[in-house]
Design a binder for this molecule. Structure first.
Ligand code: HEC
Length: 395
């Protein structure tokens, strides 16, 4: 079994794990934020209990109580939530290394953006992953963090800089994933470096018979709230490779920010609903952003195709053989590609006709060939588009 084939399996298995862990993590995160926001005043006499909720799920009744700071005695058994977050990061980082670092020349570097050696791109990418967390954490620990508005401005500023820098260093697709990975890293580091250590200190204080310091609870809560606003934007960035229209635009960094904004607005709406409010302006604004993007990103009309002669199937096959079928073939010859990506084979006339519409999207946005590795010319692209516009004739 060759390496590229094994890498394909690694890709599948790690991605599967990443999805499962991510669902578990974000699910718990949404659940606890929602629970916190929907607590009712306690009816029971314990003065330490600040809120409670009754719920019904899976055929059972549940009664949850929240303690301000901590209960009087440490319970014998305490459930912690961390492995969901850790495994999401471990699997996500592995996938990023496998794909974006492992094939940096394909996925991370675009010579039209910046001609970087693949190893340089990997180093820059790693530095940004670590640097993003360091800067974010410094801001949260600075005096800025005492003022909600200032902190929010700093956070948005950080995201703007990250998007701008990434989109001017890496391929559009690589840049979106880079920003997604940076944000995901910040979210997990919040759990590993702030929330967990704080909780451990609280538990240790209780074991020593002392009252835990409430500041750890506050810090943990602040990071947990940041995480909740980042979830929707991060999930978009993670699925963005499927949507070249978003990252192939010259102002892709603005588009990244606009989608992130729409995601955060929607999340804010969920949270407001949990408080019993219904600020319909939030989803309306998110919808307006998305509709605006639909208009801005609509494919350019292709007047250039008007005078273009429709190429013959033999010509189309020849262009594909040069630029696509190295990867998109029953037996790919391109190094590192073991099976036709996404099952798309572009060798025979039947295959070319079957995938014509999918090809149009990829060729027009210049998403394919990745990083224009095979140096497909504008003229060749126009020919393929003219052939598809003419209904992908078989002759
Ligand atoms: C260097 C290898 C390589 C070359 C050359 C290449 N592709 Fe791809 N193609 C890929 C990979 C890898 C994917 C899967 C992308 C992903 O992981 O999302 C892909 C995906 C696709 C898809 C499916 C997109 C989707 O998300 O469903 C289409 C269609 C496609 N390529 C068309 C083309 C066309 C047309 C050409 C030639 C102009 C081409 N490709 C050249 C590697 C290549």
């Amino acid at each position: 079994m060759d390496l590229a084939y094994l890498a394909e399996w690694a890709n599948l298995l790690i991605r599967w794990l990443h999805l499962v862990a991510g669902i578990a993590w974000i699910g718990t995160s949404f659940y606890f934020i929602g629970l916190d926001n929907q607590l009712d005043p306690p009816r029971d006499g314990n003065p330490r209990v600040t809120g409670e909720q009754w719920s019904i799920h899976g055929g059972g009744f549940y009664h949850k109580q929240k303690y301000a700071v901590a209960p009087e005695r440490l319970p014998e058994k305490l459930h912690w939530f961390k492995w969901e977050a850790y495994w999401t990061w471990i699997s996500g980082f592995s996938l990023f290394v496998l794909i974006y670092w492992g094939s940096a020349s394909t996925y991370l570097v675009d010579p039209q953006v910046l001609d970087m050696a693949p190893w340089v791109a990997v180093l820059v990418s790693a530095a940004m992953l670590a640097g993003g967390w360091v800067v974010y954490d410094l801001i949260c620990r600075s005096t800025w963090a005492e003022d909600e508005t200032k902190l929010s401005i700093a956070m948005v500023g950080l995201l703007v800089v990250a998007a701008f820098v990434a989109c001017h260093l890496f391929s559009g697709r690589g840049a979106f994933l880079q920003v997604g990975a940076m944000t995901g890293t910040i979210m997990v580091a919040n759990v590993a470096m702030v929330i967990m250590p704080g909780q451990k200190k609280m538990v240790a204080a209780m074991q020593a018979g002392q009252e835990p310091d409430p500041k750890y609870g506050r810090w943990g809560k602040q990071r947990s709230v940041h995480n909740t606003y980042l979830t929707l934007p991060v999930l978009f960035l993670m699925i963005s490779p499927h949507y070249p229209m978003t990252w192939s635009h010259p102002f892709n960094w603005v588009i990244l920010l606009a989608v992130a904004l729409a995601g955060a607005l929607v999340r804010q709406y969920f949270v407001s609903r949990q408080f019993g409010r219904n600020p319909i302006i939030l989803p309306a604004a998110a919808t307006a952003v998305v509709v605006g993007l639909m208009v801005v990103l609509r494919p350019a009309p292709a007047p250039s195709l008007a005078g273009v002669e429709v190429p013959t199937m033999a010509e189309v096959q020849a262009i594909s053989a040069n630029h696509c079928a190295g990867c998109h073939a029953a037996r790919p010859t391109f190094e590192g590609i073991a099976v036709a990506p996404k099952g798309v084979m572009l060798e025979t006339p039947q295959q070319l006709r079957r995938w014509a519409q999918a090809m149009r999207q990829q060729v027009q946005t210049e998403a394919m060939p990745p990083g224009n590795l095979t140096e497909m010319t504008a003229e060749e692209r126009t020919k393929i588009l003219a052939w598809i516009a003419a209904g992908a004739p078989a002759q």
